[in-house]
Design a protein around this ligand. Structure first.
Ligand code: MG
Length: 368
C-alpha cells in the first residue's frame, strides 16, 4: 500500500462566542486540513490550527513546510511507518502543528489498514470521554452567565480562563462563578502565562483561603520560566499544570524530574503528533504524575485523534479538555467523534472514523 496523493485545504468555522485568553481573542476556527490517500483508496485525515502565539504556526508557514514534506512522502510504503514518521520530523525543525496533522493522517491510515479504531491500535479502552468546557476571560458578570449556560448545557467541569485582567479581578471572577454554579461543579483555571510567579501564588492562595477547591491551575507563568513554575508549585496546595511550557518529551522530562509541575498538558499540536505524545504519557507514568489531554481551537478532525489517544492512555490521562468542537457553531466533519453535551463518543469504524470534511477552500493536491 503506497501513498498516492496528499490534499491540503482549509476550513473556517465560526465560534459560538469569541475565545478570549490572556494571550489572544479569536472569533473563528480557521484550520489546515490534510487528506493522505493510498493507492488502495483509503483516506487518512489530519488537521492543524494556526496558533501563532503558542506554537508559532501560521497557515502560510504550514503550507510552505508541506510543500517541502509532501513530495517526500508520495510513493512511500505505508508498511514503512516509522520511516514515514522520520520523514515528517526530519525534513524540517519546528512546524509542530503541521507535523501533528501529518502524523494524525498517517495513524488514521494505519488503523484503517488494520481494520480497527485508532484507540484500539493505540492500546484499547472505553471509547467515551467527558470533557470540560472553556469559560473565556470577560467581565465577571459575563463569565458568570457563560458558566451558568454551560452548566445548563450539562457540563459539570469548567475551565476558567484567567490572567487577562488584574489578579484581584481573577479572584473575584472565580469566587463569583463558584458561588453561582455551586460546589458540585468542578473548576479548573488556565492563566495562559498571565501572572508573575508571585502574583500566581497570591491569587491561588487567596482562592484556597476562600475555601474553593480547584482541580488545578494551568500555566500560571511564562512558558520558558520553569523556575517560576516550580516556585508556584512549591508554594501552593493546588495542583499546578504545565501547558505552554511542555512541547517535547525532553521538556516534560525536565519539568517532571525537577518537580516543577504536578500535571502535564498533552496537545498533539505541541507534541507534533501521536508518537511523541506517547512518550509524554510514558514519562508522566514513570514519574507517578498524570496528564491532561488538551486541544487548541480545533474542529472535530484533530480533536477526534486526541480523544482516541486519551481513551488508550486513560490510566495516565486523568483530565479531558477537548472542547474545541463544542465551541464551534457548526461541525464540518462527517463521522469521527460524536458530541452529546460534555460527552464524547468515538465510533467503532476503523481509524478516526471520519468519512468526509465539508467546506474545504484553497485546495492544493500533491500527486505521485
Ligand atoms: Mg492551556
Amino acid at each position: 500500500m503506497l501513498i498516492k496523493r496528499i490534499t491540503v485545504g482549509e476550513i473556517k468555522v465560526p465560534l459560538k462566542v469569541p475565545f478570549k485568553t490572556a494571550v489572544r481573542s479569536v472569533a473563528e476556527v480557521h484550520d489546515l486540513v490534510l487528506m493522505i490517500e493510498t493507492d488502495g483508496g483509503l483516506i487518512g485525515y489530519g488537521e492543524a490550527p494556526a496558533t501563532a502565539v503558542i506554537t508559532g504556526d501560521l497557515l502560510g508557514s504550514m503550507r510552505a513546510a508541506l510543500d517541502l514534506i509532501a513530495p517526500r512522502l508520495l510513493g512511500k510504503k505505508m508498511l514503512d511507518f516509522n520511516a514515514l514518521l522520520r520523514t515528517v520530523h526530519q525534513s524540517a525543525i519546528h512546524h509542530s502543528s503541521l507535523k501533528a496533522a501529518l502524523e494524525i493522517a498517517l495513524y488514521d491510515l494505519r488503523a484503517q489498514r488494520m481494520g480497527v479504531p485508532l484507540y484500539q491500535l493505540l492500546g484499547g479502552g472505553d471509547p467515551q470521554l467527558k470533557t470540560d468546557v472553556t469559560i473565556s476571560v470577560n467581565d465577571v458578570d459575563v463569565m458568570v452567565s457563560h458558566a451558568l449556560r454551560a452548566v445548563a448545557d450539562g457540563f459539570d467541569c469548567l475551565k476558567i480562563k484567567v490572567g487577562g485582567h488584574t489578579w484581584q479581578d481573577d479572584v473575584d471572577s472565580v469566587l463569583a462563578i463558584e458561588h453561582a454554579v455551586g460546589a458540585h461543579v468542578a473548576l479548573r483555571l488556565d492563566a495562559n502565562q498571565g501572572w508573575t510567579p508571585k502574583q500566581a501564588v497570591v491569587v491561588i492562595q487567596a482562592i484556597e483561603k476562600a475555601g474553593v477547591a480547584l482541580e488545578f491551575v494551568e500555566q500560571p507563568v511564562k512558558a520558558d520560566d520553569v523556575a517560576g513554575l516550580k516556585f508556584v508549585t512549591d508554594h501552593t496546595l493546588t495542583p499546578i499544570l504545565a501547558d505552554e511550557a511542555v512541547f517535547s518529551a525532553r521538556q516534560a522530562l525536565h519539568i517532571l524530574s525537577s518537580g516543577s509541575a504536578d500535571v502535564i498538558n498533552i496537545k498533539l499540536m505541541k507534541t507534533a503528533g501521536i508518537s511523541q505524545a506517547i512518550e509524554l504519557a510514558s514519562l508522566a507514568r514513570l514519574h507517578h504524575r498524570t496528564c491532561l489531554m488538551g486541544c487548541m481551537l480545533e474542529s472535530a478532525i484533530s480533536v477526534t485523534a486526541a480523544a482516541h489517544f486519551a481513551v488508550a492512555f486513560e490510566d495516565v490521562v486523568s483530565y479531558i479538555d477537548l472542547d474545541g468542537p463544542q465551541l464551534c457553531a457548526a461541525n464540518p466533519v462527517q463521522g469521527g467523534m460524536q458530541m452529546d453535551g460534555p460527552w464524547i463518543h468515538l465510533p467503532d469504524a476503523p481509524g478516526l472514523g471520519i468519512t468526509a470534511v465539508h467546506g474545504l477552500t484553497n485546495v492544493k493536491v500533491f500527486d505521485v
